[in-house]
Design a protein around this ligand. Structure first.
Ligand code: 13P
Length: 247
């Protein structure tokens, strides 16, 4: 297994001043980190963050990308544009995109394909809602979401990162227990292994109210290979504690 990946998802937060202060608080500590660290920043700040990350081991990530290559798609950002700014990772299929922007499994799979074609690693997010969990549908939902991505990208599926983010745990302070998360990660791992003999090296991240208190028990699970961190990635001290736990 490769080293763990800790990725911050800043969502629609930040400003020139706040981003600079946050990265200045994080980057000096990265030299000693034994895990990989990325920050997925708003598109408007890619240039700023590329400059701030230069010379550090921190990687730059985007939060979304267009399913189209180029053309008349007002407001969208293409994979090639992200590449121009040195983007290494792009989140695709975050539940907030699925929920507020109507992204379907098929669109998410196309976005993953665009990213891969541009040499960007997609962080494919999937997860069930509370109603789906309560109805006993968790496994069925996450398998369906992942199957769409495998279907379109099977030949290079070992190049993706997966993030299991139960919707009910995002921004709520409720975290999946390590056992709940591991159970889903094991399902996803088996599905990936059935698609590719190389799937053992695919990193499956957990996301959803991960914080300095719960990170160690989550990362101790055999199929949890890192974290996708929302709120706690906006506080340098918290993000550094999570990085330390993964190192
Ligand atoms: P929180 O860590 O704020 O719950 O957000 C998780 C998330 O959505 C990361 O993509």
């Amino acid at each position: 297994m490769t080293n763990k990946l800790i990725a911050g998802n800043w969502k629609m937060n930040g400003s020139l001043a706040a981003n600079a202060a946050l990265l200045q608080g994080i980057l000096p500590a990265l030299a000693g980190a034994a895990c990989e660290v990325a920050v997925c920043v708003p598109a408007a700040y890619l240039a700023q963050c590329q400059t701030l990350l230069a010379g550090s081991s921190g990687e730059l990530g985007a939060q979304d990308l267009s399913a189209h290559e180029a053309g008349a798609y007002t407001g969208e950002v293409s994979a090639a544009m992200l590449r121009d700014f040195g983007v290494r990772y792009a989140i695709v299929g975050h539940s907030e995109r699925r929920q507020y922007h109507g992204e379907t499994d098929a669109v998410v799979a196309e976005k993953a394909q665009r990213a891969l074609a541009a040499g960007i690693t997609p962080i494919v997010c999937l997860g069930e809602t509370l109603a789906e969990r309560d109805a006993g549908q968790t496994e069925e939902i996450v398998k369906r979401q992942l199957a769409a991505v495998i279907h379109l990208n099977g030949h290079c599926i070992s190049e993706i990162v997966v993030a299991y983010e139960p919707v009910w745990a995002i921004g709520t302070g409720k975290t999946a227990t390590p056992e709940q998360a591991q159970a889903v990660h094991a399902v996803l791992r088996a599905q990936l292994l059935a698609a590719s003999t190389q799937a053992g090296r695919i990193r499956i991240l957990y996301g959803g109210s991960m914080n300095p208190t719960n990170v160690a028990s989550l990362l101790a699970q055999p199929d949890i290979d890192g974290g996708l961190i929302g709120g706690a990635s906006l506080k340098a001290a918290d993000f550094l504690s999570i990085i330390a736990a993964a190192s």
